[in-house]
Design a protein around this ligand. Structure first.
Ligand SMILES: *Cc1c(COP(=O)(O)O)cnc(C)c1O
Length: 394
């Protein structure tokens, strides 16, 4: 902080997450920084635009600090987050590349934003004026900002009807606020090419309005992972892949090289025989139809193994798929390992990712768990809770 300046800095606090050093329970998320870098380079090879990976929500559950530092060392020129607080966490971790805060919620943080050189995405005139006032009070060069246009999400961004007025404000504050980038976000880039065309047309009209107001942002960006993989016409100057960086290819052939970065593993902590007709777990939602071997695994819904996966999903043990049976409880789940001979206490259990063992080799993908739980892979990754320590492999 510069001496003599009285800045009201925002200091967000985070609850601490489980530490690998002190973990006794065998449940852990293993994050391959190697694969992260390979995915980043694969995405870079796919586009001529700059790639700014999205590391919001603790890097989709992978741990934002480690992921950001690793990408920065791999040559990445900028990163995107959703929250201002997330950008602060990265600056405090020593990340120096540009950080783009895409999710709004900047009121009261203007001084801290300038101090930490965090790049905001603005959507309203009141934000432009507050930020300009903070810049004037502080002195120094104009602050670089991006503008978000709403082209069809109806979520965040200035709608077409409000753009001309907002452009006027940018123009009158251009001594303090430099409009360096303009962005939008697609609603259905993975499912509906027609909607992408419509949003791109709306985006082009918006940029025309900016030009008419004498505003010429240098950096144009729109593409999430799906648009990066499927819509080259949406690459512009910069792409913002999130889930692709973590190895989810959304089933697209151009994504063949992407490999899942996270593996969630635990171990068998107890084994028992349940007779035919015996009940397993809360409410006995599973009843053995034969003499059954049940393995107990210390991972439950409080760790991010969704309860809706009960009696639906599978896990890997000794390299073979086995069903999760009974209701998943808060801290544990049970596997029917009757058909996986030789299972012993302390055997590794994989709930997400690959396993190789004496009975074979297989992988459980986040997309698969998402289908069983009636959700999307993004949610599966981000739900792996803070109670699960992250172990990094390089
Ligand atoms: C989350 C997000 C992304 C990344 O989306 P993926 O589908 O994970 O690639 C890109 N842009 C914005 C504005 C986002 O909120």
């Amino acid at each position: 902080m510069r001496a003599g300046l009285r800045l009201r800095l925002v200091q967000p606090l985070y609850p601490s997450s489980a530490s690998p050093v002190s973990s006794v329970r065998p449940t852990r998320a293993e994050v391959s920084l190697d694969r992260l870098r390979l995915n980043y380079h694969a995405l870079r090879a796919l586009v001529s635009a700059t790639v700014w990976p999205v590391v919001k929500a603790d890097a989709y559950g992978h741990g934002a600090k480690a992921v950001a530092r690793s990408l920065e060392r791999a040559g990445c020129e900028g990163l995107c987050v959703a929250l201002f607080e997330e950008a602060v966490e990265l600056r405090q971790a020593g990340v120096t590349v540009p950080l783009l805060v895409m999710g709004g919620n900047l009121d009261g943080a203007w001084d801290s934003l300038l101090e930490l050189e965090i790049t905001p995405v603005l959507t309203r005139a009141d934000q432009v004026r507050c930020l300009a006032a903070a810049v004037r009070q502080r002195g120094g060069a104009p602050v670089v900002v991006h503008l978000k246009l709403d082209t069809g999400m109806a979520r965040l961004g200035v709608p077409p009807a409000g753009l001309a007025e907002l452009a006027d404000t940018f123009r009158s504050e251009r001594g303090s606020v430099c409009l360096a980038g303009v962005m939008t976000h697609f609603a259905s880039a993975d499912t509906d090419p027609g909607s992408v065309r419509e949003q791109l047309a709306c985006f082009a009209r918006g940029r025309e309005v900016l030009r008419e107001h004498g505003l010429k942002p240098r950096v144009i960006h729109a593409a999430n992972t799906a648009a990066t993989l499927r819509h080259p016409e949406a690459h512009f100057d910069l792409v913002r892949p999130g889930v692709g960086v973590y190895g989810l290819g959304l089933g697209h052939p151009t994504a063949r090289e992407l490999q899942p970065v996270m593996r969630v593993r635990s171990a068998v902590v107890e084994l028992r025989r349940v007779p035919s007709g015996g009940a397993v777990g809360y409410q006995g939602t599973f009843r053995a139809s034969r003499p059954t071997t049940i393995a107990t695994v210390p991972m439950g819904y409080a760790d991010g193994l969704m309860r809706s996966l009960s009696n639906r999903a599978q896990a890997l043990v000794r390299g073979r798929r086995v069903p999760i049976v009974g209701a998943i409880s808060m801290d544990m789940c049970m596997l029917d390992v009757t058909d996986a001979p030789g299972v012993e206490r302390t055997d590794e259990v994989v709930l997400l990712g690959e396993q190789r063992g004496p009975l074979g080799q297989d992988a459980i993908r986040a997309e698969e768990l998402a289908t069983h739980a009636g959700t999307i892979a993004w949610e599966v990754l981000t739900l792996i809770s803070r109670r699960v320590p992250r172990f990094y492999f390089d």
